[in-house]
Design a protein around this ligand. Structure first.
Ligand code: ATP
Length: 829
């Protein structure tokens, strides 16, 4: 009860706190406001009296003192007005805060306690009072805003007054300057007059007249000065009157507004106070009523609490009895469960015991066995340990031996590799010194279709020849069909008669009647050799193209013997042309570190029926026959002519498309597009037989600006058309003409090589387009390598023998500095 009564006293704020401050009740009580309402006293006291008789005193301050004073008073009043406004606002805010705190307090009291509901009747009134208070606060705020507006207007009037004062100051300054000039002039005249007087102690008449004239002038000047002074004084008085009037007006206006604002403020405050008092009275009534209601409620609550206590006691008894019943039931259930569990455990334990007994027996048996085994193993381990200890020294020794041997094997392998490299270098050196055209023989593997007719290996590289010797055995009588006819001794093919086979080469077969031939080349690659094996052998030659040599590598052989495979290869097993370009690029990159920059340009052409076609031309299409003896023409009508540069002796074909090659990938693209353009036709010998000579030329220019060196290399990679015997290929019509052209140009190639080897004065380069084009690359200062590709099949045996013989003769040629030992003719037979 006491708790509920206390807030009534606390919430009742002293009535005096709701009253506005006493200072505001009377305008005279507020010193700042009264100061504003009083007229300024110092105004008249500071006003300087105009005295026209005496000499005017110069102004004490640069500005008009009256105007300055007016301005300073106006400033003082303005600041007093703003401080009064601030003070009023502060008080209003304070009052508002107090009222709000009272309202909050009242709201809390109304919300707290169980009597809140019973207050609904009086809360409406209180809310209305609160709203009235809010309205009053709002109106007071509005009043403050109005006062602030008026203050702004007063400051604007003061600003205007300041401007007019500025103008007056300017005028005063000008008049003062004029006044000072007049005074100067007067002083000057007085001085002159004094001088004249001093001089005229005995004045002549003339001087007297002059003096009088001067005195007249002085008098006139003094009169003018007095008039000026009078005028000035009048103006000053007018100005001051004007200023007084303006100030009076401004002050009156400000005073009136201030009085009005103060009145409104006082009214508002008074009204707010009255409203607050009414609200307080109502609030006090409401609280008294609330106190009574609270007392009643407390009594009711005490009675209700007693009843509740009795009910709770009864409920607690009921629950206790219920719990006891539940406990008894649960205990009974547990007993039953426990009994069931114990019975099932007993059954399980009986079963387990039986099982354990059985497993115990078996484990005892197993343990006995394991123990026996362990004893045996222990004895065996002991034996082994003894033996290991016995042989430990021996094992270490063997290990050391193995290590030593491995080391020496590695050293020997290194040495072998080094020897091989030295051998190759020496071999190349010897070859270069000899100036020979080098010849590599490559035997292709048997194709699936050939296996049935070629049961044995007819071509066997000679084991002890360091990969240079080749033995060829004639097929047996019962070999493949036609083998007998192909026997070289039996006068086989028309283009390659058996007479070509020199008796010196007919081997003395120790164990058979079969003829055997032995050949010697710079290198013989058997059917198992890979493209990489072959390229390794020619890589140094290719590299010399970068050093500025003309290098010519061509593949010669019967159709289907593997020339295209060797030179071009496939996408996954590239041949010599792609590998050469790849190596050239790699080596060029290494040389770039030494300051070399290389540029590469390629041409790719084919000679088909003595007719040149640009395989890289944009309009390159299928081959078309050209008139015999005419120059070659492309599809667009371009005529390709083989020319010789008179300065460098280089042979080239006019109007070919020279394509820059910047990466090996560029070359791949060129080869792919040119492959599509190559003239191919189906013959009986090879399904996709190349019927033309294809010539890939890579021009290599190297520049080393630091060393001021330049190199011009040329790499010719040529896939010759396949040679074939007319009788055997059964060619007819166009194919017959193609075969004739091919054989003729190959024969011309043989003639050129022979003439070079014989050092003939005339070398018949121009007998074919092929030899004409290669004129500069087959000459003495170029490096030439010929692949003779051979097919291992029995059917191809006569042609193969012809190819080998041709290659053997080329191999015997010495072009360059070495002396020739015998004349060689490729037209033999
Ligand atoms: N070293 C080799 N390994 C595997 N296959 C080869 C080898 N040499 C040639 N061949 C295969 O033999 C067939 C004929 O080879 P290729 O076309 O290169 O002969 P070619 O001498 O260029 O014929 P042609 O003169 O008619 O153009 C091709 O199927 C080729 O894949």
């Amino acid at each position: 009860m006491s708790n509920l009564q206390c807030p009534v006293n606390r919430s009742r704020a002293p009535p005096s706190r709701l009253k506005p401050p006493t200072k505001l009740e009377s305008p005279t009580a507020a010193p700042c406001a009264s100061a504003l309402l009083q007229p300024p006293r110092a105004r008249d006291e500071n006003r300087a009296p105009a005295n026209g008789a005496s000499a005017p005193a110069p102004p004490t301050s640069p500005a008009n003192p009256v105007t300055a004073q007016v301005v300073s008073e106006a400033r003082t009043r303005s600041s007093q007005l703003s401080s009064f406004m601030q003070e009023t606002q502060r008080r209003m805010e304070e009052q508002e805060r107090r009222l709000q705190s009272m309202i909050r307090h009242q709201q809390q009291q109304m919300a707290s306690g169980p009597v809140a509901a019973s207050r609904n009747g009086s809360s409406g009134t209180v809310a209305a009072e609160l709203e009235a208070l809010h309205a009053m606060i709002t109106s007071q705020k509005h009043l403050i805003d109005t006062l602030q507006l008026e203050k702004a207007q007063v400051s604007n009037a003061l600003q205007a007054e300041r401007l007019s004062k500025q103008m007056l100051d300017n005028e005063v300054t000008q008049r003062k300057a004029r006044w000072e000039q007049a005074e100067q002039r007067l002083l000057e005249l007085e001085r002159q007059l004094a001088e004249e007087r001093a001089r005229a102690r005995g004045p002549t008449e003339e001087e007297v007249a002059r003096q009088r004239a001067l005195e007249r002038d002085c008098a006139e000047l003094e009169q003018a000065l007095a008039a000026e002074r009078h005028q000035h004084q009048k103006t000053m008085e007018e100005n001051e009157a004007e200023v007084r009037r303006a100030r009076r007006l401004a002050e009156d206006e400000a005073d009136a507004r201030l009085r009005q604002a103060t009145r409104m403020l006082q009214d508002g405050v008074e009204e707010a106070r009255r409203s607050a008092e009414t609200a307080h009275a109502q609030l006090a009534q409401a609280e008294t009523r609330a106190t009574q209601l609270r007392a009643q409620l407390t009594e009711h609550e005490a009675a209700a609490a007693r009843s509740r206590q009795a009910i709770e006691q009864l409920e607690a008894d009921c629950q206790r009895l219920q719990r006891q019943t539940d406990d008894l039931r649960a205990a009974l259930q547990r007993e039953q469960d426990e009994r069931g569990r114990v019975e099932s455990e007993r059954d399980a334990a009986r079963a387990d015991a039986t099982q354990l007994r059985a497993s115990c027996t078996s484990m005892q048996n197993a343990l006995a066995a394991v123990q026996a085994e362990k004893a045996a193993l222990e004895s065996s381990v002991g034996t082994h340990q003894r033996r290991v200890q016995e042989h430990a020294g021996e094992i270490d020794e063997l290990r050391a031996q193995i290590k030593r041997q491995l080391r020496s094997i590695a050293e020997m392998e290194d040495q072998a590799r080094e020897d091989e490299r030295a051998r190759r270098e020496l071999h190349n050196l010897v070859q270069e010194l000899k100036g020979n055209i080098r010849v590599f023989c490559r035997i292709r593997p048997l194709l699936d279709v050939e296996r049935a007719t070629t049961p044995e290996n007819l071509f066997q590289p000679v084991a002890r020849s360091r990969g240079r010797g080749l033995e060829v055995y004639a097929p047996t009588e019962d070999g493949a069909a036609g083998a007998g006819k192909s026997r070289p001794g039996g006068g086989g093919g028309g283009e390659c008669p058996a007479a070509l086979l020199p008796p010196t080469h007919a081997a003395v077969s120790s164990n058979a009647e079969r003829p055997r031939w032995a050949f010697q080349f710079d290198r013989v690659f058997d059917a198992a050799s890979t493209q990489s094996d072959v390229f390794e052998e020619i890589s140094q030659l290719v590299q010399s193209a970068l050093d500025g040599y003309k290098v010519c590598i061509f593949a010669y052989g019967q159709t289907g013997s593997g020339k295209t495979h060797t030179m071009l290869g496939g996408a996954d097993d590239p041949g010599m042309i792609p590998r050469s370009v790849q190596q050239v690029f790699e080596h060029a990159a290494r040389l770039a570190e030494q300051g070399w920059q290389f540029t590469f340009h390629a041409v790719f052409l084919e000679i088909y029926n003595e007719h040149i076609r640009d395989l890289l031309a944009k309009d390159a299409g299928t081959a078309s026959a050209a008139p015999d003896g005419g120059d070659s023409a492309g599809n667009s009508g371009t005529r390709y002519v083989i020319k010789t540069d008179p300065q460098t002796g280089t042979t080239f074909v006019s109007d070919l498309r020279l394509v820059p090659v910047r990466t090996p990938a560029d070359l791949q693209r060129l080869l792919a597009s040119s492959a599509r353009h190559r003239a191919t036709a189906s013959t009986l010998m090879n399904e996709r037989s190349s019927r033309s000579h294809s010539v890939f030329r890579l021009y290599i220019r190297g520049d080393n600006t630091e060393q001021q060196q330049h190199t011009y290399g040329l790499l010719n990679l040529i896939d010759l058309a396949g040679s074939e015997r007319l009788a055997r290929s059964h060619s007819q019509g166009d194919r017959l003409r193609e075969t004739q052209h091919i054989n003729r140009s190959l024969s011309a190639l043989g003639d050129v090589i022979a003439a070079l080897a014989n050092r003939d004065k005339h070398v018949p380069f121009r007998n074919s387009k092929l030899t004409h084009l290669l004129q500069d690359s087959l000459g003495g200062d170029s490096k030439t390598l010929m692949f003779v590709n051979i097919s291992p099949s029995t059917e191809s045996f006569p042609e193969t023998l012809c190819s080998l013989r041709f290659a053997a003769k080329v191999n015997a040629c010495e072009i360059g500095t070495a002396q020739r030992t015998q004349r060689i003719s490729f037209r033999e037979g």
